[in-house]
Design a protein around this ligand. Structure first.
Ligand SMILES: *Cc1c(COP(=O)(O)O)cnc(C)c1O
Length: 406
């Protein structure tokens, strides 16, 4: 008899984005003339850059010739890419990470969702609140989260680390001891980023408690401040407690191209001395057949001199939007954070409005769509996320409209 994995029955509905879509379509139906600006986009909008397009074309041509055709990719990634990553993302920043500690994949969502598989079912997870929903949901699927409390909107077996104005939008060391700690810095949704000294505290804590940190660095390219680490391996001792997940989506615009990687140092062991590196290699080799050759060549092009310059251009395009939003909202009297090391601006709703009340207010008054903070976790209530992924024109227009509100 068919019986599904019962953990899946515990999953909460994907209420956030479907509810936004519903509200927006109801509004446009009632007001067909409204010129809606979307500042809720969690996806890049700029096209791929010339050096990446060229790499894709060249690699495609290789596939057309008997001499250079490629079949299955090595399941852990081509060494040309793993070595390029090791050199540019790690060696250049003084991090001790070897090419064979880098596992190439089709993106950070898959990796951040799958990584929990290699840990014991009774591992305790700790997450920031608000948080990227993938971390909790994949642990729900794995049966690790206990019972959901409708009142507090929390899972009984999850350790929540509130990141609010009171904590400077950073997680504080939890009272209960976790086994797996998820940290995303620069952060989605709050746009905050941890300073190196703060991240070092977490690395020391994880080593002391023999816990593992899963560090999501998908927004690393947006860091503009000097004391914000680009990699957790800039911290002393991270090789024995940290896994790092990276993506080409937000820096190089690969959201529809698909490429990412996970770093697991060989020094990372469980309590019995089992190597997590070996375990992930085994898992990857069993369930994954490697990212496409053409796309890995595109990833290599991201690190060419021209590629790096183009990617800096993309990031600064979005960060000009971030600055426009940040400055504009401050001028309009809003309490705002983020937007300096990340393409996300996190604002406190005015007049004690709930996140959804403010959503309706912005949509109705100025036809702007953003994302209610409460959709990312209970501590997101009373906050609102705007993103810098729109065009300059729309962003500017949106900021003018918001300023006109006050
Ligand atoms: C966008 C994003 C990713 C990237 O996911 P991909 O699957 O590589 O596109 C990872 N983590 C966070 C927090 C994100 O916002």
């Amino acid at each position: 008899m068919i019986k599904i994995n019962q953990n899946y029955l515990k999953l909460r509905g994907s209420y956030l984005f479907s509810n936004i879509a519903k509200k927006v379509s109801a509004f446009t139906e009632a007001h067909p003339e409204a010129n809606i600006i979307r500042l809720g986009i969690g996806d890049v909008t700029r096209p791929l850059t010339p050096s990446i397009i060229k790499a894709i074309h060249d690699a495609t041509d290789e596939m057309a010739s008997e001499q250079t055709f490629k079949g299955y990719a090595p399941d852990l990634g081509y060494s040309f890419l793993r070595e390029t990553i090791a050199k540019n993302d790690y060696e250049a920043r003084g991090c001790d990470i070897a090419a064979d500690e880098i596992f190439v994949s089709d993106g950070a969502k898959c990796d951040s969702g799958n990584i929990q598989e290699i840990f014991s079912e009774d591992s305790k997870i700790a997450v920031c609140d608000p948080v990227y929903p993938v971390y909790v949901d994949t642990n729900v699927m794995a049966g690790r989260t206990g019972v959901f409390d409708e009142k507090t909107e929390q899972w009984s077996d999850v350790i929540y680390m509130p990141c609010t104005e009171a904590t400077g939008f950073a997680p504080e060391l939890p009272e209960k001891t976790p086994d797996i700690i998820y940290i995303c810095s620069p952060n989605n949704p709050t746009g905050s980023a941890m300073k190196k000294a703060d991240l070092q505290k977490w690395v020391d804590y994880a080593n002391e408690k023999k816990a593992v940190i899963i560090f999501d660095a998908a927004y690393e390219a947006y860091i503009s401040e000097d004391d914000v680490p680009h990699s957790i391996y800039e911290c002393k001792g991270a090789r024995t407690c940290a896994i790092e997940i990276r993506s080409f989506s937000k820096n190089a615009g690969f959201t529809g191209v698909r490429l990412g990687f996970t770093v697991i140092p060989k020094d990372l062991k469980d309590a019995d001395g089992n190597s997590l590196h070996a375990l992930w290699a085994r898992r990857h080799g069993t369930k994954y057949n490697g990212a496409p050759y053409i796309i890995q060549k595109a990833g290599e092009a991201v690190y060419s001199e021209q590629g790096k310059a183009e990617i800096r251009g993309l990031v600064s395009y979005y960060m000009e939007n971030a600055k426009m939003i940040l400055d504009g909202l401050k001028e309009a009297g809003f309490s705002v954070s983020g937007g300096v090391n990340a393409p996300y601006i996190w604002l406190k709703t005015p007049d004690n409005m709930t996140s959804w009340e403010f959503f309706d207010y912005l949509l109705e008054k100025v036809n702007i769509v953003g994302t209610p903070g409460s959709g990312f976790g209970p501590s997101g209530e009373g906050y609102f996320r705007l993103t810098a992924f729109g065009s300059h024109e729309n962003t500017k227009a949106a900021v003018e409209r918001i300023k006109g509100l006050k």
